[in-house]
Ligand binder design. Structure first.
Ligand code: CDP
Length: 224
């Protein structure tokens, strides 16, 4: 009898749409492994900066991407959460070789979810369109750029990181533009994604709608 493929839930969306929080909750609720794929791009961006390179330089970015493996200590560093890391991430993310290297990394994760989990939740920008076009359920989580900038501001302040509201909004717009307009794997909902606009929803409402959609697509029920 053929072995069943591990289940894959794809959650995409722009910066600060709430997809990270949602993905972790979904993974916990269904007993699945979680991969925040933005962390991979952030790690590549920060590696290039540390080596004194330019994140937009194809060769430097590709070298850093191929050097990344699941046990690399940089993946757990708090510096990855800074805005400088986010900006560097969106630059290396436009380099085709970086995307190719990280594609392998992400697919290995879905084929062999860590901890013996029966499947995985991946969140990012292109999971439903490029990384896992065959995902069992796809969600595209979004919100207006103003709402997202407000959320990011709160998040930064909660972490004690000083931030100027107009700068946060401008950075968010710059990253949105880079992510949506790049030639490779631009940010867009997959044709079969369930689009969830969270502008007027709180985290519990978003979670409830996501659970209902995933249940309808996979037959899975929350275990936690
Ligand atoms: O947390 P936030 O949504 O602000 O960003 P992130 O998910 O950590 O992603 C940082 C950057 O990595 C994004 O702006 C994208 O340019 C890039 N990225 C990507 O291109 N593809 C992914 N699957 C995930 C992130």
């Amino acid at each position: 009898m053929a072995a069943t493929n591990p289940v894959v839930i794809a959650i995409d969306g722009p910066a600060a749409s709430g997809k990270g929080t949602l993905s972790q909750r979904i993974a916990d609720a269904f007993g699945l492994a979680h991969l925040d794929t933005g962390v991979l791009y952030r790690a590549v961006g920060v590696s290039v900066l540390r080596a004194g390179g330019d994140p937009a330089d194809n060769a430097a970015a590709a070298k850093a991407a191929y050097a990344l493996d699941p046990d690399h200590p940089i993946l757990r560093e708090v510096e990855l959460r800074t805005d400088a890391a986010a900006q560097a991430a969106s630059k290396v993310a436009a380099v085709p070789e970086v995307r190719a290297a990280l594609l392998d990394f992400q697919r290995r994760f879905t084929q062999h979810p860590p901890g013996g989990a029966p499947g995985s939740v991946l969140d990012g920008r292109d999971i439903g369109t490029v990384v896992c076009p065959e995902a069992d359920a796809k969600l595209f989580v979004t919100a207006s750029v103003e709402v997202r900038a407000e959320r990011r501001l709160k998040e930064l302040r909660n972490r004690g990181i000083p931030a100027i509201p107009s700068d946060v909004l401008e950075d968010m717009k710059a990253r949105d533009a880079r992510d949506s307009q790049r030639a490779v794997a631009p940010l867009r909902p997959a044709a079969d994604a369930f689009v969830l606009d969270t502008s007027a929803l709180d985290a519990d409402e978003v979670f409830a709608r996501a659970v209902a959609h995933i249940g309808s697509k996979t037959g899975l029920r929350p275990t936690a």
